[in-house]
Write a protein of this length. Structure first.
Ligand SMILES: NC(=O)C[C@H](N)C(=O)O
Length: 344
């Protein structure tokens, strides 16, 4: 029997960086290192996987990631979907949670693992996590049970649903967590999958052609004590704005004693801007009826994002815009999951 065929797409990030005078910067020779990778886990001793690589040009620090690139990544994977058993995406950690969320929506074929990973230290550095993360990602791509196959993030000791992760550390090797949803599995001496985290896909939108969404069609605002209607109006006056993620306090609370702010939100919604509310705490869920202070936002026409992470919320808005939906359709689609990103 042949080994699994895995395509490794290298987008950049610390995992393949080299030291330059300006600091760490992406370098191209990681693809060579991957090809010569022999130190694969026990799962491969009998049947080594067939690894192929696709390196992007230019390689980027993930701070340069853009919505159009999510679409390109999704198309690159979809085009090759039948040729491989699984996909590994090597990505910088800074915006990895956005990309893994975006891929869970933008890739509209299901049934194969798409594993996103990266590293906190470059491949060649002593004590780097790059090799371990890469090998774990390949092993997960080869062995993930079909019933569990989805866009996931493998990093440090955790296997997580792609649209549930958030970066929690710029220093620890366990840089990501899935605070609002259980892990898909754990990486220790063995890789242990949690078989019950099966995913049901919303297939409704899969036939709609995707257009790269404009960068400035989505914005994100985090509430803070002192936030003013003026500031909110200034952001919402951008003519291209279609959707706004509002990071509210706790279970969706906002300063309801500031009628000007609530009026500004109401006016934005009236102009066709979809306002999607998520919760600021790592382990937060929007539940507007818990506090009186939670009544302001739905009263102004904002929509609950439930337990969506901010990353999954922003990318979902971009995705629904990429599907060509209008404000009423976007509002409707936000109430249900596309790809397991929210609990109902
Ligand atoms: N650890 C990393 O990969 C950070 C890097 N700045 C990136 O996101 O590309």
């Amino acid at each position: 029997m042949m080994g699994q065929r895995i395509l490794i797409i290298y987008t950049g990030g610390t995992i393949g960086m080299k030291q330059t005078r300006e600091g760490l910067a992406p370098a191209a020779d990681l693809a060579e290192e991957i090809r010569s990778l022999v130190e694969l886990g026990p799962a491969f001793q009998q049947q080594p996987p067939i690894l192929e690589t696709l390196a992007y040009d230019p390689l980027i620090d993930s701070s340069d990631m853009r919505p159009a690139l999510w679409l390109k990544l999704a198309i690159d994977i979809e085009k090759r979907y039948d040729d491989y058993d699984g996909f590994v995406v090597l990505h910088g950690t800074d915006t990895l949670a956005y990309t893994s969320s975006a891929l869970s929506y933008f890739i509209r074929r299901w049934g194969k693992p798409v594993v996103v990973t990266g590293a906190q230290l470059p491949f060649g550095f002593p004590r780097s996590d790059a090799r371990a993360n890469l090998i774990s990602a390949i092993e997960v791509a080869c062995t993930m049970p079909g019933s569990l196959a989805q866009v996931c993030v493998v990093f440090g000791s955790r296997i997580m649903r792609g649209n549930r992760v958030t970066k929690i550390s710029a220093r620890a090797y366990d840089a990501f967590d899935s605070p609002r949803y259980p892990l898909l599995g754990k990486i220790g001496i063995d890789i242990e999958f949690q078989g019950s985290r099966r995913l049901t896909h919303g297939e409704r939108l899969a036939s709609r052609p995707l257009q790269a969404p404009a960068d400035d069609s989505v914005a994100m605002v985090r509430l803070f004590p002192g936030i003013s209607a003026n500031l909110f109006n200034a952001i919402c006056s951008a003519p291209s704005l279609r959707g706004l993620v509002l990071e509210a306090y706790g279970s969706g609370n906002a300063p309801t004693r500031d009628p000007a702010l609530m009026d500004a939100i109401r006016a934005a919604v009236k102009r066709g801007i979809v306002v999607l509310v998520v919760s600021q705490p790592l382990d937060g869920v929007v539940s507007f009826d818990r506090y009186a202070a939670g009544s302001g936002l739905p009263g102004a026409g904002a929509i609950s994002g439930g337990d969506l992470t901010p990353e999954a919320a922003v990318t979902k808005l971009y995705y629904l815009i990429a599907c060509g939906l209008d404000a009423a359709q976007i509002t409707r689609e936000l109430q249900r999951p596309v790809s397991g990103e929210m609990s109902l």
